[in-house]
Design a protein. Structure first.
Length: 88
């Protein structure tokens, strides 16, 4: 068991708040301990969430770039005679 509020190296309350969308308040009468398996699962979920966010960011950035890629077709110019367009 590990004290939720005792570690500053990995901010357990912040991880639990973001993953569980729950309130974590010290001295609120609720247990202040987390088992090592739950902590490991929380860290794994936090890592997965971060990877999803990074991937989403990269994919959206790539999508924006590809939307504005313009390919120019290389063609020979023909000598157009526009005389027939005008009445003389």
């Amino acid at each position: 068991m590990k004290n939720i509020f005792g570690s500053t190296e990995n901010n357990i309350p912040k991880i639990l708040r973001s993953l569980g969308d729950i309130q974590i308040i010290e001295n609120d009468g609720l247990p202040a301990q987390i088992c090592s398996l739950c902590l490991q699962e929380a860290n794994s979920a936090c890592y997965f969430r971060m990877k999803c966010q990074e991937s989403d960011k990269l994919l959206r950035k790539g999508l924006k770039r590809s939307e504005f890629v313009v390919q120019v077709k290389d063609e020979e110019l023909q000598d157009n005679n526009f005389d027939d367009l005008f009445d003389t």
